[in-house]
Design a protein around this ligand. Sequence first.
Ligand code: VGL
Ligand code: ZN
Length: 211
Amino acid sequence: MTKALLVIDIQNGFCPGGNLPVAQGDEVVPVANALMASGQYDLVVASQDWHPPGHGSFASSHPGAKPFDMGELSGKPQVLWPDHCVQGTGDAEFHPGLDTKRIDHVQRKGENPAVDSYSAFRDNDRSALTGLAGYLASRDVRELDVMGLATDYCVKFSALDAVEMLPGVRVRFIEDGSRGIDPAGVIRAIAEMKAAGIAVTQSTDLLKAGA
Ligand code: VGL
Ligand code: ZN
């Protein structure tokens, strides 16, 4: 019976100074470090948004589009992002303050230029799996706590997929270990996660309880 922490996209690109900065995104770094060091997790997995140059989710790949416009990718509505987390660039690296020695497994995503992948489990079209669900199942993960960036995109979709793809696993969202892109989107994301049976918890409580 394994208890796992899933740390979503704590990368330079989503922190202040990055290409798609989330307000106060860097504040989740000490939270992740404290939880990873607390000894309450048997397994720590980190996801990494890892786009090829010219990825189809980038506004720069759509003539006339501006970042944050609504566009289309492979026939589906798609928020068009600034170029971010391009493979091999500093923007795609984990935040330098993140204690990466404590990460057991890195799950990269977003490599297919024709489809975005907010979830660490599968592409947005839900067809291509990353392999993370199989990995967690093979490690007998029964409890999964999810935190990171950004609450209203990659954290939400990862947590919802965890519930759907890992039946019987208790999934919790660590609110104070996450920051979002759009404040209204964060409120909706938390409501969606709750409706899916995901408990909302705080690192301060987890660290107090030590369990
Ligand atoms: C993310 C937008 C685009 C995220 C990734 O990590 O939440 N958001 N790519
Ligand atoms: Zn991305």
